[in-house]
Design a protein around this ligand. Structure first.
Ligand code: GLU
Length: 162
């Protein structure tokens, strides 16, 4: 049972995201990560295998900046516990965290690979990031792309995108 935190605010949010993860630690997890939209519009992602305290240490060394972000504690179901498999997963300017399982991830991964997407993790989650990126190329809005995305996902899941 992992955890998801999302924050949009009028001040820096990295500490709020990390505190949110600390409060969810009791649920159990194997890795943790954070992605924030910087003031220049770029995504900044930090992930660590292990404890939220290790993620906090990494964020102290290279502080993430921005007023919106998402954060995640992972309990691996697809792909070993590792930094590479830790969430958020990204595709272009999109970052995604996800709880649950995408049951049809193999066929989606196959189709997206044919479209030229390169997968860097062994998770089922990464298909969500690439599929949303793919749908956004032709969708009229993010809402439209999300609708198309959800039509294609099978399984039990909760997710949060940025
Ligand atoms: N199935 C996803 C993974 O293995 C999400 C697991 C979770 O709910 O933390 O990365």
């Amino acid at each position: 049972m992992c955890g998801i935190v999302g924050v949009v605010a009028q001040r820096e949010v990295s500490e709020i995201l990390l505190e949110g993860l600390r409060r969810l630690e009791y649920r159990g997890y194997d890795s943790a990560g954070i992605a924030m939209l910087n003031h220049d519009g770029k995504l900044q992602r930090t992930r660590r295998q292990g404890k939220v305290s290790e993620l906090s240490d990494a964020c102290r060394e290279t502080p993430p900046v921005g007023r919106s972000g998402i954060a995640h504690t992972r309990w691996a179901t697809h792909g070993e516990p590792s930094e590479l498999n830790a969430h958020p997963h990204v595709s272009g300017g999109i970052a995604v965290v996800h709880n649950g399982i995408i049951e049809n991830h193999e066929s989606l991964r196959e189709n997206l690979t044919k479209e030229g997407y390169v997968f860097e993790s062994a998770t089922d989650t990464e298909v969500i990031a690439h599929l949303l990126h793919h749908e956004l190329k032709t969708a009229s809005s993010l809402r439209d792309a999300m609708g198309r995305l959800l039509d294609q996902l099978e399984g039990a899941y909760a997710r949060c995108g940025h």
